[in-house]
Write a protein that binds this ligand. Structure first.
Ligand SMILES: [Zn+2]
Length: 304
């Protein structure tokens, strides 16, 4: 054996073989170390995504008038559910709720493969996220309809009748960036192309905009996900975002937006100028205003 090695060392080819061998071991070590570090980084990134998504989803549950232990439990359950969906396990996740702010932290143990040689069996990674919820003050894509600011009934089929929107159950047409039937119809199908905010003034449509069937039907046909009022994708075309107002319309042709309602449209009845649907709540993209909670159109954002 010793003789063989001495022969190898004496022989140029053999010497190279030894160098290659040593280099291989060294390279394998580097690869092993990179794989352990890579695993740590990957696990950490996944954990960050999990707590971020969990905090956001849980925070949306807190968009209610009154926080109760029941609501808190639901929010926590949601956090765990979303974190688990994103690769965390139940006992790795810790949730804390203070008012409408939800904090989620998670710790995961990564088992080392190469670093074990140096006695490092595992490494702990952790991530933390805090989110809060609130109403959305601005929206891009409102429907050219307006209703009086009023307490709404959810989960029940409702009818919106074209007429003076001052009276509950009615809607009035809006002239968004222009008057006329074709502009109105286009806004009904696609949503208004400009962002509007609470406090903003919008013009009402003076023309007779009865018979909204065409636009509504086209709008309904744009939903390709078979959405229903109690199970729909956020941003579904069937969810109309309708500005609400509180000012008196007598002799006026403008409304001041006080809020946004979400009306999940079911069908239009042209004979009676009615739109049938359900008032719903919808989480959407938008800037969160935490002082306006319990809004029909709401969102959540990470603050940490
Ligand atoms: Zn849909």
């Amino acid at each position: 054996m010793g003789k063989n090695i001495r022969q190898l060392l004496n022989n140029e080819k053999g010497f190279s073989l030894i160098i290659v061998g040593i280099s291989m071991v060294f390279l394998l070590g580097i690869v092993g170390m990179i794989s352990d570090f890579g695993n740590i980084m990957l696990t950490r990134q996944k954990l960050i995504n999990a707590v971020d998504s969990g905090a956001l989803a849980g925070s949306l549950v807190l968009n209610v008038n009154q926080i109760s232990p029941d609501i808190e439990a639901k929010a926590m359950e949601k956090v765990h559910q979303v974190c688990i969906m994103n690769g965390a396990t139940e006992n790795e996740v810790f949730v804390e709720i203070v008012d409408r702010t939800i904090s989620v932290s998670a710790t995961k143990t990564v088992t080392m493969i190469f670093l074990k040689i140096f006695g490092i069996e595992n490494h702990q990674v952790s991530a933390q996220a805090t989110a809060l919820t609130g109403g959305i003050d601005s929206y891009l894509g409102i429907a050219p309809l307006s209703i009086k600011d009023q307490p709404l009934t959810y989960g029940e089929i409702s009818s919106l009748k074209f007429g003076l929107p001052d009276s509950p159950g009615n809607f009035g047409a809006l002239a968004l960036a222009g008057k006329g039937a074709s502009n109105y119809k286009n806004n009904l199908i696609n949503g208004f192309s400009q962002e509007v905010s609470i406090g903003e003034i919008l013009m009402t449509e003076p023309g007779n905009m009865s018979g909204p069937t065409d636009g509504i039907d086209e709008r309904i046909n744009k939903c390709l996900d078979g959405c229903t009022y109690d199970n729909f994708k956020p941003g579904c075309p069937k969810a109309l975002i309708i500005p609400m107002f509180d000012n008196s319309l007598q002799g006026r042709d403008e409304i001041i937006i006080t809020n946004f309602a979400v009306f999940f449209v079911d069908r239009a009845i042209s004979e009676s100028d009615e739109i049938m649907g359900y008032f719903v709540r919808m989480a959407s993209n938008g800037t969160v205003n935490p002082s306006r909670y319990n809004s029909d159109l709401y969102s959540a954002r990470l603050i940490k």
